[in-house]
Design a protein around this ligand. Structure first.
Ligand code: 4AZ
Length: 258
């Protein structure tokens, strides 16, 4: 039962994403929805490492030919030419979108639906965009984080055509455990969101995408991978992210095998 609840809470991969995307008004038009839940439109080139995956997940360029995403976005490990990565654009329908197929998938060793929610996707050719470095210590597991994705802008809502972004503060393991109890794996997951009010969060289809911040040198650094949560942007229920620093050495070892 617990496993079922977790499965329900955990992001489901969205089918038929390309056709399900919704056209938002160009910026400046009225009534723009609040994307990512409570966010705004990202500028072209603002997060050049962002990738949209064809199964309906996000990801980030760990290397020019390797995408870091969530384990729950993939079906296992091995040769796999069925995934398309779209990059280089905020508008998924742009004619300048770069689309590259996968060749292999590596799901986190030991992944069983609780924690360890990371995976790597090897691409058929490099994407000429900047990569996103990953945190190798817990030093950046604090402060304010940026989240971004093409997922739903409201709980249960449509996938988005344009990349959306927002900022969310760190939530302590203790506060996050008050929400999720033993479903949370504190050493492998970290939480972020507006605990008191809700209103800003990742949501269905943002899964696998990065949560990131600036490091001390002013460069973007990935601290989380969108993983799960109870609904989206609910007060008292922060978003749960894979704790990238915990897996940094395992990710690097795995990448070296691809
Ligand atoms: C999902 O289903 C999902 N509010 C992603 C993030 C969160 C919840 C669900 C966190 O992809």
């Amino acid at each position: 039962m617990k496993q079922l609840l977790r499965a329900l809470k955990r992001c489901s991969v969205i089918a038929a994403v390309a056709l399900a995307t919704v056209s938002l008004q160009p910026s400046g038009a009225s009534a723009a929805p609040n994307p990512v839940v409570g966010g705004t439109r990202a500028a072209q080139g603002e997060f050049p490492f962002m990738v949209r995956l064809s199964m309906g997940c996000g990801g980030a360029l760990y290397a020019k030919d390797i995408v870091l995403t969530a384990a729950h976005c993939v079906n296992g490990s091995g040769n796999n030419t069925s995934i398309t990565a779209t990059a280089g654009v905020v508008d998924l329908q742009s004619s300048s979108a770069v689309k590259v197929k996968s060749t292999k998938v590596l799901q986190a060793p030991g992944y069983n639906g609780k924690g360890k929610d990371w995976a790597l996707i090897k691409l058929a050719k490099p994407i000429e965009q900047p990569t996103l470095k990953i945190a190798t210590t817990t030093a950046y597991n604090q402060g304010e984080f940026t989240i971004a994705g093409w997922g739903a802008a409201t709980e249960g809502g449509a996938q988005q055509r344009y990349l959306l972004k927002a900022k969310v503060p760190y939530v302590s393991d203790a506060d996050c455990q008050s929400a999720y109890g033993s479903d949370l794996v504190p050493g492998e997951e970290l939480c972020a969101g507006l605990l008191a009010t809700g209103g800003i969060d990742t949501c269905q289809g943002d899964s696998g995408g990065p949560m990131f911040r600036k490091d001390n040198a002013g460069a973007w650094i990935q601290v989380g991978i969108v993983s799960w949560g109870q609904g989206c942007a609910q007060a008292g229920y922060p978003g749960v992210y894979s704790e990238v620093s915990t897996f940094a050495s395992a990710i690097a070892s795995a990448a070296a095998t691809l």
